[in-house]
Design a protein around this ligand. Sequence first.
Ligand code: DQA
Length: 146
Amino acid sequence: VNFLLLNGPNLNLLGKREPHIYGSQGLEDIVQILTKQARKAGIKLEHIQSNAEHELIDAIHRAMENCDFIIINPGAFTHTSVALRDALLGADLPFIEVHLSNVHAREAFRQHSYLSDIAKGVICGLGAQGYEFALQAAIRYCQNDS
Ligand code: DQA
């Protein structure tokens, strides 16, 4: 079983970037925890962080080859990208949308997502833990699926 973890723009700055909103944990730490969590469940987790929309889209296209589930924090592309939505629709892979912050408690422009209505689920406002919960849910989803 293969999962893809995708992180969008500015998430490479986690730990340094507005820590009062996004927490003090760096992305590498988060990825390490998730990779271990996945390995325990017999799942290979690939991680890609990119600040470029086309790289995220290309990664979703490649995922069509061998990936069973996508966990994605699209960063600001959440609120802007029809292209990312179309890529996920085209790939037709189940995915969970994750946000560290509670986007609903922030600026109005963060309260619309181009992805939420086509996601299996959305987790927001729980910080880095949200990724762990998403992975747990994805594992369960794939177990019940097979
Ligand atoms: C974010 C929320 C987005 O609104 C923002 O643009 C981000 C991070 C989050 O994880 O809380 O870059 O996706």
